[in-house]
Design a protein around this ligand. Structure first.
Ligand code: IPE
Ligand code: IPE
Ligand code: MG
Length: 248
């Protein structure tokens, strides 16, 4: 007998849920080691998790998703791992462009592109251009990104504007400085998730996360699912964000 087609219940956007979620995708190396495989095996498994989480965003009402793919400190890793990651990023962009575009994802990259190779930066620019008209999910990929490096680069450009007379020193404040950050078009993250049990932020979105809520979970990134993502977004909905004031 044929099974009756039952419509899959669509999850409701979470009332009061986060609009912008940022994720420190950590634990790929340990995930691979646990399986007796090289670290890059874990990075490949980790990259495959991204699409499911991106596609879960509209279901839970998340408009902006920012993911930490490679930090300014990750160059300290072995040449084999760094080269493998760079090659994975190139492959990921080439392979995912179509699916991301079809789903309505607008992709942006943050971080310093100067140290990345030409082929990779070209692919990054092409993906940004190809998806520039999309609005369903705003996916930001932090690649060669460090919060301190970002603030330093922003300050340098701000100082250039001051030196050139385009900006008065007395106009430098909490409103003007973020306009020089890589994230200038993005809202601040509401929720920052870090997988793999480490309770640190490792130089991620230092300025932007001043009032973010944090979730540090034990799951290793390649095991992270849309169910867990939805659960964390739902539990965010119950948080009382006071921004230094008093509760209701
Ligand atoms: C995160 O996983 C991915 C990157 C930093 C590129 P890790 O590679 O840091 O995995 P662990 O922390 O060693 O398990
Ligand atoms: C943070 O993870 C960077 C990314 C997830 C890309 P790391 O694994 O590099 O951070 P630390 O070294 O544990 O602080
Ligand atoms: Mg790590």
């Amino acid at each position: 007998m044929r099974k009756a087609q039952v419509a899959k219940p669509q999850p409701e956007p979470i009332p009061g849920g986060p609009r912008h979620v940022a994720i420190i995708m950590d634990g790929n190396g340990r995930w691979a080691t646990q399986r007796g495989r090289p670290r890059l095996f874990g990075h490949h498994a980790g990259a495959r998790r991204v699409r499911e989480i991106v596609e879960a965003c509209p279901d839970v009402g998340v408009e902006y998703l920012t993911i930490f793919a490679f930090s300014t400190e990750n160059w300290k890793r072995t040449q084999v791992e760094v080269a493998g990651l760079m090659s994975l990023f190139r492959r990921y962009i080439s392979k995912e462009t179509r699916a991301l575009s079809e789903f309505g994802v607008r992709v942006r990259f943050i971080g310093d592109r100067m140290r990345l190779d030409d082929k990779l930066t070209r692919l990054m620019n092409e993906l940004e251009t190809a998806t520039a008209g999309n609005t369903r999910v705003h996916l930001t990929i932090a690649l060669n990104y460090g919060g301190r490096d970002e603030v330093a680069r922003a300050t340098r450009r701000l100082a250039e504007d001051v030196a050139a007379g385009r900006l008065a020193p007395e106009d430098v404040d909490e409103e003007t400085l973020p306009r020089y950050l890589d994230t200038f078009v993005l809202p601040d993250p509401d929720l920052v998730i870090r997988t793999s049990g480490e309770a640190r932020i490792s130089n991620f979105l230092l300025w932007q996360s001043a009032y973010a809520e944090y979730e540090f979970i034990d799951t290793l990134w390649p095991d992270f699912t849309h169910e867990e993502f939805a659960r964390l977004c739902a539990s965010y909905g119950g948080r009382d964000r006071r921004y230094g004031g008093v509760g209701p």
